[in-house]
Write a protein that binds this ligand. Structure first.
Ligand code: ACO
Length: 422
């Protein structure tokens, strides 16, 4: 465990210390809040998963918490400790408080039998040193009004309904469609608590920045079932040439191609709007395939989930593989030394769904590939190629052919992504 400065100590944070905890968060992230917003926006973590560092005077100097996520991974689901709410007071930073909290987070996660941790990184430079690998990307699109889409059979028969977002009315349907739309996509964590389901739809006036209240459009089939939704706000604006409003979409998901087409046909043709800003979308989202002219869209790709493998043999055996492989990985891990060393990963027979399960055992056999646990975390959700990481000098091959077969096995046909930052 990394040492803390003299007089500092790690403490659990009961809910009775909520105000102190939130104050550290506000100081770390440089934002203000108000009573109205605080009353509307629920805390989404459980207090028994919150921890802090106390300074010698007993005041909170740094905080973090974690979520108990069931993380979708290639071909399965893994218990995941989702690190969140990480912050150190600006006058307490660079004294090793985060490093001590990370070591504690790893130990507590392992004690709860969570073989991986994952997070969204506030800054790219923070978490690689702790063995987290950037494991997924998302893309945000800026689209012009009336951007044309390729035809999709069945889209015309679907209907849309517009409403002002309302937690009581919409949280169940949003949850149902979100779960169905993400089935089979690694990283697509669902909202498994009332607090999270509420959080997705809350609309404090302070968040509107001059735009309208949060709206929700739902796409319905002939039976009345909802097949897609988007939460969005419009902001009016007038330019010399006429109306030039902006549509900002908070989340847009659809269960199939026809629903995707109907949803985006609506969002892309709202009167008085000039452009549409998409939410985070998977880099292989159906919308990208439906655009008639993808060059007319301005895309911005960002890192999405980061993954830290905490219990290597359990984590690697908990996912499926896209191709057969028998490979010895020589892994370095300076923080969790139980992961360091050589591991043989061997897939078994092809399953009915075309995937392969694997056994992972400690071995003294010669290594085929050498890599750090960070690069293994990056490859874990199937969205980053081991071969691409090798070309960057981050993975090295000892046995000819091993990289090709391991890279093919770890990659997954559906790009990983989580739709919301937690
Ligand atoms: C999952 C999430 O919640 S992401 C949110 C992260 N939080 C924020 O970005 C809020 C603003 N920032 C902060 O609160 C703090 O700066 C933190 C939490 C990021 C870092 O806390 P600290 O206690 O200062 O980190 P600590 O002293 O343990 O630093 C460890 C190492 O990481 C480096 N480091 C820490 N933060 C950063 C950063 N933002 N960029 C680059 N390097 C960093 C330090 O320089 C140090 O490097 P060294 O070991 O080579 O000396």
């Amino acid at each position: 465990m990394s040492p803390l400065p003299d007089g500092y100590r790690l403490v659990d944070v009961p809910e009775s210390r909520k105000d102190e905890y939130l104050e550290v968060d506000r100081l770390a992230f440089a934002f203000d809040s108000n009573a109205e917003t605080d009353a509307l926006v629920p805390i989404t973590f459980e207090w028994d998963r919150a921890q802090a560092v106390e300074d010698p005077d007993g005041a909170l100097a740094a905080v973090h918490a974690s979520y108990a996520h069931a993380m979708p991974v290639p071909g399965g689901t893994v218990a995941c400790s989702g690190l969140t709410w990480v912050g150190a007071r600006p006058d307490q930073r660079r004294r090793g408080l985060l490093t001590a909290m990370i070591d504690s987070h790893f130990a507590r996660s392992l004690a709860r039998d969570e073989p991986i941790s994952a997070l969204f990184a506030a800054e790219h430079a923070i978490y690689g040193r702790y063995g987290y690998g950037s494991a997924a990307d998302d893309v945000r699109l800026k689209l012009a009004r009336r951007a044309a889409l390729r035809d999709v059979p069945g889209s015309e028969e679907l209907t849309v309904r517009l409403a002002t977002a309302d937690v009581a009315r919409h949280s169940a349907v949003v949850d149902t469609v979100h779960r169905a739309a993400g089935a089979g996509r690694p990283g697509w964590t669902t909202r498994d608590s009332d607090a999270w389901r509420t959080r997705m739809l809350v609309d404090p006036p302070a968040w509107r920045e001059g735009a309208e209240p949060l709206r929700i459009v739902t796409v319905h089939d002939g039976a009345g079932d909802v097949r897609a939704y988007a939460m969005f706000r419009r902001k009016e604006s007038w330019a010399e040439g006429g109306p030039a409003g902006t549509v900002k979409v908070r989340e847009a998901v659809a269960v199939d191609a026809a629903a995707t087409h109907r949803l985006w046909s609506f969002l892309l043709d709202l009167d008085l709007m000039g452009s549409v800003e998409s939410p985070m979308l998977p880099v292989d989202d159906a919308l990208l395939h439906l655009l008639v002219d993808p060059r007319a869209v301005v895309p911005k790709v960002n890192d999405n989930l980061w993954v830290r493998i905490l219990d290597l043999p359990v984590a690697l055996a908990a996912r499926r593989y896209a191709a057969p492989v028998d490979v010895v990985l020589d892994v370095t891990d300076t923080r969790l030394t139980g992961n360091a060393g050589r591991w043989r990963l061997t897939t078994g027979a092809r399953q009915d769904d075309g995937t392969y399960a694997a056994e992972v055992t400690s071995t003294q056999d010669d290594a085929d590939l050498r890599l750090d646990v960070r690069e293994l975390g990056a490859a874990y959700l199937g969205g980053r190629s081991l071969a691409a990481q090798a070309r960057a000098g981050l993975v090295s091959q000892e046995t000819p052919g091993a990289l090709q077969s391991a890279a093919a096995a770890f990659l997954w046909p559906v790009a990983p992504m989580c739709t919301y930052v937690w």
